[in-house]
Design a protein around this ligand. Sequence first.
Ligand code: C2E
Ligand code: MG
Ligand code: MG
Length: 283
Amino acid sequence: MKPSADDTLLRAFERALARGRLYMAYQPKIALGDGSLSRVEALVRWDDPDLGQVEPSRFIPLAEDNGWIDELTIWGLTNILEQWRTWRDEGVDTSVAFNISAISLQHLDFPDLVERLCQSLGVPADRLVLELTEGATQPLIKLMDTLTRFRIKGIGLAIDDFGTGYSSLLQLRRLPFTEVKIDRAFVADVERSKDSELIVRTIIDLAHGLGLSATAEGVENTAQLDLLRAMGCDVAQGYLIAAPLAPDRLAPWIEEFGARWPTLTGGKPSAAADVEANALGQG
Ligand code: C2E
Ligand code: MG
Ligand code: MG
C-alpha cells in the first residue's frame, strides 16, 4: 500500500527530530507602555531538505497524534533554556515564553522537571511563561493540578489564541493563568471593524478585571498598535514589531527597535496623537 501524505510527513518529522534539524525562532513581545522588550516567544521551525519549510501547524498535531509530542516538548524546552542561558551570559536581558502542548501537561511531575532544568542552567523559572492552547480533546480544566504546580514555582501561564477555538471564560476564571493572548483573528481588523474593536476591548478589560495581563498577537500596522495602546493592552507582538528571529539577531534587534519605537508611537502618548489626527482630519 502506498504511504499516505501524513505517513510520509511523519517519517520525515521523526528523522528531523532525531537528526537535530528542528530549531527555534524567537519573536519579541514588547510592553506597550514604553516599547521595552517584555519577553520572546519561542516558535519551532523545521526546514526539510526535501519538503522545504514545514509549518508547525502541520507537524505539531501529527507529533501529538503519534506519540512524539513529549520528545518534542523536552527537546524544545531544553533548547530554549540553553539559549536563554547564552543570552544571559552575553548580557541580553529577556525572558522566554514557550508553547506547550496540553498533552505534555498530563504528566504531574512535569513542573518539577521544568524547575530542575531551569536550576541546572541557572535561568530564573519565575520569568518563564508557558503558552497553552485549548484543544477539543484536551480540556485545560483537567490539567488543574499540573498548572497549579507550575504557578507555585512562579512559572507564568498564558492562554494562547484566546477568543477562538475551545478557550472558554470558565477556564479563565478557574485556572491559574497570568496572561491572556488575544487571537490575531481579532487583532487583524481591530482598526477597521467595530465588532473586533469591541471584542478586543472586552478581552483586555476582562483580563485586567481578573488580574491578568493582556497581550495582542499579530500586530501588523501602527493603527493597530495605537489602538491597542489606547485600549490599555499591556503587551504586543507581531510583524510590525518583529518577525520571529534567529537567536543571534535578538541583541541587534533590541538596539534597532529601541531607536524605532519613538517613531512608531509618534513620540507621544497614543491618545494625544489620535486627538491631533482627528482634529487635522476635521480641519
Ligand atoms: P502561536 O503560539 O499563536 O504563535 C503565533 C503564530 O503567529 C506563529 O506562527 C507566528 O510566526 C505567527 N505570527 C506572529 N506575528 C504575526 C503577524 O503579525 N501576522 C501573522 N499573520 N502571523 C504572525 P507559527 O510559528 O507558524 O506557529 C503556529 C503555532 O504552532 C503557534 O501558534 C503554536 O500554537 C504552535 N507552536 C509553535 N511552536 C511550537 C512549539 O515549540 N511547541 C508547540 N507545542 N507548539 C508550537
Ligand atoms: Mg503562542
Ligand atoms: Mg497565538
